[in-house]
Design a protein around this ligand. Structure first.
Ligand SMILES: NC(=O)c1ccc[n+]([C@@H]2O[C@H](COP(=O)([O-])OP(=O)(O)OC[C@H]3O[C@@H](n4cnc5c(N)ncnc54)[C@H](OP(=O)(O)O)[C@@H]3O)[C@@H](O)[C@H]2O)c1
Length: 279
């Protein structure tokens, strides 16, 4: 049995579906309600309380570990969560981390993810770390203003990054959870080409068949909006990456194609699949 945390999010929803379609027994974990494929067990648990995961992990062979929300900046020691998993007999752990753990070793916003990477690697289980760059799904933050005003306001309109489709992350996770040969590896997950916010908006406009205006925000304006829905250190870390990406962060990684045997999906595919959210 495979336990998927973050099961109702951008990555987790697709991962649960891919595993269930592949014939795996799946336990999906989230705090809130979940709409899941037939046959998937749902357990409500909080990553902030490792003991609450015991019921989900009972009888599990493998764990997909996704740290979300406030747990990215505070919470129980990562080792505690891994102890609970080991105690339940988990033999394989796949951690969704971030490329920034290696490109930005000093970032406060990613200290917890670095600690989770250390804990996963020290655990008595096969460990694989997935390190995506920016997600295409971050563009959902623009959905309301595209729907209501056909306008996007964002900073750094000309700075390109190879955004990754969360479905590709999920498909890599499904492969790594099910196949042998990935123990001890870390994969950098990106899209197939770097794309600027202006180009993202053009792809969304093409997907809905309507013009969408782009208005550049200053860094300070963007930060003020971001701290309303994410912890301030996460907002600052994100702004550093999207404003001044390093050469490594701008580069396309071959790892999605290597693991999946097919190319990573371009941003335009993500926009076309999610057009209804912007129409
Ligand atoms: N966005 C990016 O550009 C980017 C880049 C690199 C890495 N990442 C990493 O990707 C992850 C986010 O993935 P995502 O976009 O798929 O997430 P998401 O869409 O925000 O979904 C979060 C999931 O986690 C669950 N969750 C949140 N807090 C929880 C808690 N305390 N206990 C148990 N479950 C909890 C949520 O369900 P409930 O709320 O119902 O519990 C939901 O299922 C983060 O670890 C982030 O660091 C993101």
């Amino acid at each position: 049995m495979i336990v998927v945390t973050g099961a109702t999010g951008n990555v987790g929803r697709r991962l649960v579906r891919a595993l269930a379609d592949g014939g795996e027994k799946v336990t999906a974990v989230s705090r809130g309600a979940a709409e899941l494929p037939d046959g998937v067990r749902h357990v409500r648990a909080d990553l902030g309380d490792a003991a609450s995961l015991k019921g989900a992990l009972d009888g599990a062979d493998a764990l997909f570990l996704l740290i979300a929300g406030e747990q990215l900046v505070s919470g129980e020691a990562p080792e505690r969560l891994l102890e609970v998993a080991e105690g339940a007999g988990v033999r394989r752990v796949v951690l969704l981390s971030s490329q920034a753990t290696v490109t930005r070793p000093g970032l406060v916003s990613h200290a917890r993810l670095r600690a989770f990477e250390d804990a996963v690697r020290s655990a008595n289980a096969e460990a694989t770390v997935l390190r995506p760059g920016g997600f295409a799904s971050n563009s959902f933050a623009w959905a309301e203003s595209v729907r209501t005003r056909r306008r996007v306001e964002a900073p750094f309109g000309g700075v390109a990054l190879p955004l990754v489709d969360p479905h590709d992350i999920a498909d890599v996770a499904a492969a790594v959870l099910r196949e042998d040969g990935h123990a001890g590896r870390a994969y950098t997950l990106t899209g197939p080409a770097a794309v600027t916010p202006r180009e993202q908006v053009a792809a969304i406009a093409a997907a809905i068949g309507e013009p969408v205006a782009f208005a550049e925000l200053t860094r300070a304006e963007a930060r003020e909006r971001m701290v309303a829905f994410m912890p301030a250190p996460v907002a600052d870390g994100t702004l550093a990456i999207i404003g001044e990406p390093t050469a490594e962060e701008r580069a396309v990684s071959p790892d999605v194609a290597r693991v999946l045997g097919r190319p990573a999906a371009p941003f335009a595919d993500w926009a076309a699949r999610n057009a209804a959210a912007f129409a």
